[in-house]
Design a protein around this ligand. Structure first.
Ligand code: FES
Length: 153
């Protein structure tokens, strides 16, 4: 891996990621596979009074995906569902201080996995969130081309 491509914050979250693992009996969980590289991420959330009080992730993916999920889970803990749905992958990138352009899709993995977990929570609890309008957790499954940029890892 060419570590010089990555800033200190990305490297810190990659080497010491926060919120790794899986919640027992989560209120929502979502898995997302990147149509770009085929890597996978699973996020589970605990929700109390419409606030995400805990979140964990498991990533079968590259260092940028691990760093993205680490900051993304930090960002959603303590936020309401509506606030969490406002977070975009650009916000994740900004929080990380940027990724090399070829790695932008790795931050999308975190963004989509979070939305998938909230989608699952909404389905289980019978709630509606405007921020989920138009979101389909399986949207990219049929057109995965498994293009690979493994040489960047
Ligand atoms: S998430 Fe697949 S290369 Fe980063």
């Amino acid at each position: 891996m060419q570590m010089a491509m990555y800033n200190d914050k990305v490297i810190a979250h990659f080497t010491n990621p926060h919120n790794v693992g899986e919640l027992l009996d989560p209120d929502g969980e979502g898995t997302y596979g990147s149509p770009v590289c085929g890597d996978m991420m699973k996020i589970s959330i605990r929700v109390e009074n419409e606030v995400i009080v805990d979140a964990k992730f498991k990533t079968f993916g590259c260092g940028s995906a691990i760093a993205s999920s680490s900051v993304a889970t930090d960002m959603i803990i303590g936020k309401s569902i509506d606030e969490a749905l406002e977070i975009t992958n650009q916000d994740v990138l900004d929080e990380l201080g940027g990724l090399p352009p070829i790695k932008t899709h790795c931050s999308v993995l975190a963004d989509h996995a979070i939305r998938s977990a909230i989608y699952d929570y909404a389905k289980r609890s019978g709630r509606y969130y405007a921020g989920l309008e138009g979101f389909d957790p399986n949207a990219d499954e049929d057109d995965q081309d498994h293009g690979c940029d493994m040489e960047e890892k």
